[in-house]
Design a protein around this ligand. Structure first.
Ligand SMILES: NC(=O)c1ccc[n+]([C@@H]2O[C@H](COP(=O)([O-])OP(=O)(O)OC[C@H]3O[C@@H](n4cnc5c(N)ncnc54)[C@H](O)[C@@H]3O)[C@@H](O)[C@H]2O)c1
Length: 433
């Protein structure tokens, strides 16, 4: 098999994060800096730890992904970004209270040097936050222009050859897709007319990143880059985009358990999921508008996986409910309960109970690292538009309108690895050997 033309990962890679002062971002950055100093273990990261089988089973070739695939090296990453608060990432990591002081202090100097640029923010989109470090009095079009300048300035000041932009900021309020999102022409008109309802701040970031040729990753469930106008812009500028909403805890479990039920042709009557969470994300999601965005994202997986219309006798009448409750004492240590009512032979009822005492940002950080490195790889391979091979990382994987999204974690994993095999000119696996 021919090797694909992959540009070398030469020089520095800028990692620009929207919401760089948040819990996920500061945990991701502090962890990555520790790993590159040789004091942390990148648990949860495929790019750093996983192997990939190449060739037939008997050939015994299982190199690490990072040794077989031309990824950027951690030493070449330069972090920056935007936030509505002006504290540096050391202060942000301390406030987030995810990592222990000693773990944050181990990379203190580097974290202190990362200072957020003023954000593009509109309180109507995140009702629970009052940002002070924001770009003032700018129309949506001006915001997009200022963000483009920020990207260019950051790259020049840090000598970056390339940059990736990732959204790890608060979930914006729910907005439906409207005619302004249907084409690039309509979107640019809305942007220039300063249509503040149809154009969210997150769309200004996505527009700026794609216009600057930077891959864009959408870690929250907002519409943002998942509209035809943005797909068109990404195709036009040949930029890789991916999203939405990191798949970390409860939904990750859902996309493992639901395929199990379907594979064994077991029935499902109801799935009740509830969470308690006490970090800033939990506070933002306590607002009904932001929760609605999250709810849409969390609800979508089960019906698609179970193909409810194909199997009415098993999945014709599922009651699916998702709740997130803001409960400050738990901070970032979310607890997610699932009660799953299933049926077996002759329709006899059974129950599954899952209680996942997880840590939100600890689960999200390795996904951020993988997504940054894989998005940069995609861009160097000349891949552009929606990167469905990265669905593995998202709750609501973006997909072309005519295609059904793939939610099953293990199928997503196979797609990801087969894409990597193609990139390095190795045969894809069908597991029959
Ligand atoms: N497991 C997970 O942690 C997980 C999983 C899926 C999705 N997410 C999403 O990731 C995002 C980050 O989560 P978190 O726990 O770090 O939240 P957080 O509240 O700690 O961090 C969000 C940061 O974004 C900043 N911000 C808000 N609006 C902004 C804007 N317009 N521009 C720049 N900065 C802005 C906030 O000031 C804050 O520092 C949330 O949207 C969350 O829903 C997290």
């Amino acid at each position: 098999m021919e090797n694909m033309e992959v540009k070398e990962a030469k020089g520095k890679l800028g990692v620009l994060i929207v919401g760089v002062g948040g819990a996920v971002s500061s945990t991701f950055i502090a962890g990555t800096l520790s790993v590159r100093k040789g004091i942390g273990i990148p648990v949860g990261s495929l790019t750093q730890l996983a192997t990939i089988r190449l060739g037939k089973r008997y050939e015994n070739r299982f190199p690490r992904i990072k040794d077989a695939v031309p990824l950027a090296e951690l030493k070449d990453l330069i972090f920056g970004g935007w936030d509505i608060f002006d504290e540096n990432v050391y202060e942000a990591a301390r406030h987030a209270e995810v990592l222990k002081k000693e773990d944050i202090d181990a990379v203190k100097d580097e974290l202190e040097a990362i200072k957020p640029m003023p954000a593009a923010f509109d309180r109507n989109f995140v009702k629970r936050l009052h940002g002070t470090h924001v770009k003032e009095d700018a129309s949506r079009w001006e915001l997009a222009g200022q963000l483009r300048e920020d990207i260019r300035r950051f790259k020049a000041a840090n000598g970056c050859e390339r940059a990736v932009v990732m959204w790890a900021a608060s979930t914006e309020t729910y907005i439906p897709q409207s005619k302004e999102h249907d084409s690039l022409e309509a979107f640019e008109k809305a942007l220039k007319e300063d249509n503040q309802e149809a154009v969210s701040p997150s769309m200004c970031y996505a527009y700026a990143a794609i216009a600057e040729g930077c891959p864009f990753i959408m870690g929250a469930p907002n519409l943002c880059v998942d509209v035809p106008a943005m797909w068109e812009l990404a195709d036009k500028n040949k930029v890789a985009i991916s999203g939405k909403d990191y798949k970390t805890g409860q939904t990750m479990l859902k996309t493992v358990l639901a395929p199990m039920l379907k594979t064994r042709m077991l029935g499902l009557e109801g799935w009740f999921s509830t969470n308690i969470l006490g970090n800033r994300d939990g506070e933002v999601l306590d607002d009904p508008g932001s929760f609605k965005t999250k709810e849409v994202s969390k609800l979508s997986v089960i019906n698609t996986i179970l193909q409810t219309e194909t199997y009415p006798e098993l999945y014709g009448n599922i009651y699916h409910k998702v709740r997130i409750n803001y409960y400050p004492p738990r901070k970032d240590n979310k607890e997610g309960w699932d009660n799953i009512d299933i049926t077996g032979w002759m329709g006899y009822p059974m129950q599954l109970k899952v209680d996942f005492l997880c840590r939100d940002s600890i689960l999200a950080a390795p996904l951020c690292l993988d997504l940054v490195l894989f998005s940069d790889l995609a861009q160097r391979c000349g891949f552009y538009g929606i990167q469905s091979w990265l669905s593995f990382y998202f709750k609501s994987p973006m997909h072309a309108p005519a295609r059904v999204p793939e939610h099953d974690l293990f199928i997503q994993h196979t797609i990801l690895k087969n894409t990597l095999r193609k990139i390095i000119g190795e045969p894809t696996l069908d597991y029959l050997d």
